[in-house]
Design a protein around this ligand. Structure first.
Ligand SMILES: Cc1ncc(C[n+]2csc(CCOP(=O)(O)OP(=O)(O)O)c2C)c(N)n1
Ligand code: SF4
Length: 564
């Protein structure tokens, strides 16, 4: 048995590789991105695994499902809001079932470090009626992901592994086991799936849903017997801890108090273990990251007579944000755990667009072009450019979900708003901006769409984009745009006047206009840029050290925002 120092995300990825996956599917999103990146790097070196970014999470899930249908094992990973995009195939795949093991890893972001919300994936797994495993540490992340592939094939369902930010992004030693396939070849099932099961016309769907319902008691039995649902009975004050909450409990207790403890790792919940704890205790505190998912089920509508249930609903734990050992200690009334180091003097560094970012020049032009039109509605989307919400631009009036800008702009134009402009990045456009644009083209909606093509998925760390440059323009023509309503600008200070004029004319045109602002993210350029100021000067670059990290501006800021 070997030991490796791994991020939680990497432990998941390595487990999938060792389980013999033939495919890894994903769309970038913090804190899940590193799962796919780890598999991708492995696949680039060793081959044998299909691993390319997908256009969006729905596509990623469907590609993984097709892989499973054909008998191979597949992992599909995404951030929590990505599962909203993939919810349709995910929920329906609980009815079709799977052939090769299919594991969906979703990383939730309590505290919203880089997300629009802090929804809890346990609710969606429950909604779909599929099992979910929740690691407490990196070792669990490895062990449970490996187990999930075998269990997926045994029970015939997709299995969800739920991670949260701290676990996904912190490192620990992980003991790894022999791969399932000693020759390194992907594991494949030879059985052909039943086509009726996979064709969800009503007669089949009804039958398959009944089958899913009959599996539920088996899942509860599996959960009750799972070795990582551990019950220790001691004092009459009880704790239920799940996920990373279990780690925090161990750290906070460290010998304090005489608590009974139930650790929960699997869902549906192990009912009998919970009953044993409740019977033994007078007061039960529930420590879970995300929603009060366990607590709500325990108290139901009417509570548990004679028992005190403490958690997020009843107050001692905050209803939002992350847990940590201090919060847990305070809730349990034990001393605050000792910290190795206290960080007290870190100054606040709000995110901002990098110096030299192409989006800056686009926003400057947009702000000037719409100055005077006090009622301009500026819809936006998710990417680095969302930072256009900040002063001095204040050119983002909405950011709801990926792809929303174009559809919301269309709705606002239909409500009579004018001028209506939306900003959307190239990756967000191919993720989910193309479909609303088809409707806007068809309706010749009175709005202006600015596609900010920086040739990269910048916000999440610089992944490959689906369509940039000429490919993006070809795509737009394919969607019905013509020379009359499709324009290209290069967002550079020297083009400012001209760019303002293009945007003004597009707004003045009473119908749909699309402007593509084409200029590479400076971090994409940095890959080929000279390494030192002297080399940069020799290459003719502007030598202007960044105030944040000291890099020359042509090489870009090393502290690029990476998140969402
Ligand atoms: C459904 C969903 N999936 C993924 C993300 C994470 N995410 C935020 S912005 C973004 C893409 C940004 O790329 P682009 O639109 O090209 O803008 P850029 O950051 O390059 O300016 C991604 C993947 C998310 N917020 N929501
Ligand atoms: S990473 Fe690129 S796109 Fe994002 S703010 Fe910096 S320069 Fe702009």
């Amino acid at each position: 048995m070997k030991t490796e120092l791994l991020l939680g995300d990497e432990a998941v990825a390595l487990a999938a590789i060792h389980a013999g996956i033939g495919g890894a599917y994903s769309y970038p999103g913090t804190p899940a991105t590193e799962i796919f990146e780890f598999v991708h790097e492995y696949a680039s070196e060793h081959g044998g695994i299909a691993a390319r970014w997908s256009a969006n999470e729905k596509v990623a899930y469907e590609e993984a499902l097709g892989h499973s249908y054909a008998g191979g094992r597949a992992i599909v990973s995404m951030k929590h809001v990505g599962l909203n995009v993939a919810a349709d195939p995910f929920i329906n795949s609980a009815l079709t079932g799977v052939n090769g093991g299919l594991v969906l890893v979703v990383c939730d972001d309590p505290g919203m470090h880089s997300s629009q919300n802090e929804q809890d994936t346990r609710c969606l797994a429950d909604f779909a009626k599929v099992p979910l495993l929740e690691p407490a540490n990196q070792q669990d992340a490895y062990d449970l992901t490996r187990e999930a592939f075998a269990f997926s094939e045994q029970i015939g369902l997709p299995i969800v592994v739920r991670m949260t930010t701290r676990l996904a992004h912190s490192r620990a030693n992980v003991r790894v086991r022999q791969p399932d396939s000693p020759d390194g070849q992907p594991v494949r099932r030879q059985t052909a799936p039943d086509a009726n099961a996979w064709t969800l016309v009503p007669s089949n769907a009804r039958r398959r849903f009944r089958h899913l319902l009959t599996l539920q008691p088996k899942l509860i039995e599996w959960s009750a017997a799972h070795p990582k649902n551990e019950l220790t009975l001691a004092g009459r004050r009880g704790l239920i801890a799940s996920g990373i909450g279990y780690n925090y409990v161990r750290e906070a207790l460290a010998g304090h108090g005489d608590f009974s403890l139930l650790r929960i790792t699997t869902y549906p919940l192990p009912v009998e273990l919970i009953r044993s704890l409740i019977d033994h205790c007078d007061e039960i505190t529930i420590l879970e990251e995300g929603y009060p998912f366990i607590e709500r089920q325990l108290v139901g509508l009417l509570g548990l007579p004679g028992k005190t249930i403490r958690g997020k609903l009843s107050g001692p734990l905050p209803p939002d944000g992350e847990l940590n050992p201090d919060i847990v200690a305070a809730a349990l009334g034990v001393p605050r755990p000792a910290h190795a180091a206290e960080l007290t003097d870190l100054s606040n560094r709000p995110p901002q667009l990098c110096r030299g970012c192409p989006h800056i020049d686009t926003f400057k032009a947009l702000v000037e072009a719409t100055a005077g039109a006090g009622s301009a509605r500026l819809f936006s989307d998710i990417g680095c450019y969302t930072l256009g919400v900040l002063p001095p631009y204040r050119a983002v009036h909405s950011c709801v979900d990926m792809g929303a800008s174009i559809a919301m702009a269309h709705g606002a134009a239909q409500a009579g708003a004018y001028p209506v402009v939306c900003t959307i990045g190239d990756s967000t456009f191919t993720h989910s901006g193309m479909t609303p644009l088809i409707g806007a083209v068809r309706a010749n909606a009175d709005m202006t769409v600015l596609i900010l093509d920086n040739a990269i998925v910048a916000m999440t760390g610089g992944q490959e984009t689906m369509a940039a440059g000429q490919k993006l323009l070809d795509l737009l023509r394919g969607l019905g745009l013509t020379d009359e309503n499709l324009h290209v600008i290069e967002p550079l200070p020297k083009n400012h006047r001209q760019n303002v004029e293009v945007i003004r004319q597009a707004i003045a045109h009473r119908g749909l206009s699309v402007i593509v602002a084409q200029r590479e993210c400076i971090h994409n350029r940095r890959r080929e840029a000279p390494a030192t100021p002297a080399a940069a000067a020799a290459a003719g670059a502007v030598v202007d050290p960044c105030r944040t990290c000291g890099a020359v501006s042509e090489a870009g800021c090393k502290l690029a925002p990476s998140g969402s």
